[in-house]
Write a protein that binds this ligand. Sequence first.
Ligand code: CMP
Length: 394
Amino acid sequence: MTAASKTFRSQVFSVLRPAEPSPAARRWRAFHLTVLAVGLLAVILLSIDEFAAGHRIYLRSAIWIVTIVFLVEYLVRLWIAPEMPLYAEMPPMQARLHWAVTLPGLISLLATMPAVMMTGGYGITGTDTASVFCILWIMKLGLHAPAFGTLARVISNERAPITSVLIVFAILLMAAATAAHMFERVKQPEAFGSLPNAMWWAVVTLTTTGYGDVVPLTTGGRMIGSLLMISGIAVLALMTGVLATGFAQEERRREYLRVWDQVSRVPIFASLGVVTLSEIVGKLRTRYYPAHVTVLRRGDPGDSMFFISNGEVEVRLPTGGSVRLDDGAFFGEMALLNRQPRAASVATTRPTTLLVLYASDFYEIASHIPALAEAVENEATRRREENLGREGKR
Ligand code: CMP
């Protein structure tokens, strides 16, 4: 393989890499999602007989096009598999084989199945076949949704509390099912005559679903039912709390890593020690702005300041001129230091990644990292004088 085609392969790989922030990668993801949405819509519409009758040819064509896109995507992903860091040491064919049998590889392959089914003479007229496409494609959507990776990590991180809640659930379920079986089995032998049947009632009650297909009739059974409903609400609330906290912590951890990566590009932080830096990193948030978006408006109250990790902004000065700031610079500090409204409007000139520091965190950091506070204050003073000078010249 020539060096040029190897570079091309790595370029394609970076475009298809999940969560890659480059504009080309974002465009690809938007295109992929649109294709998926079109495919799913076509499949859904095809399952509505009255609608499909008059539009079958268009719906079939849409499904064909979507399937071809997925087929090409699968082949490309197979081709770029050797670029994955995990397979870096393997010969290309071995890397491709390895990727092909991973979950993403298998799901990507399954997503191309509609093509095989169509060319194999199965047709795509029936609701059943259409539903199969729906399942295959929705799995592909799951593959590219970052939320799934996060969910897996949250479940893994929180496995101890999740297991505890599940054990409480199991204890309540078994105890209630056994008690209800004892109280109700004579009056309702069909619904409560066996433990598995009683467990069905217990699950429906404990999860607060309440189909109402089976209800206890004895006083004892009703008391068990009441307790179970109240416990059900508590157990579900507990599970919600565990998962919500897990998600929030996971998001904080990811943000920390993202910021850590970006912070090195801001010179004002370069001289800080690791401990101080890690404290600041915990307080910064990354924000991606497309080109030509207003970040700050003159006259607005100031609640945060910004560091440019990469990109460029234009500061539109009140005197009429403008100043451009790029990688490593900061802005929005004057409102925080002077406790006054924003002195100028600031807008991006190209896609820009900013690190945001909220006012309360800025004051806290400034109070115990004097060197940082001083550097920011000096620059703010210089800017104020520059603006006054410009105003004087007008
Ligand atoms: P703030 O007043 O909070 O919001 C607007 C920001 O524009 C201001 O903080 C500064 O960070 C920035 N700014 C104002 N004047 C200048 C200047 N002359 N040069 C660079 N940046 C400036």
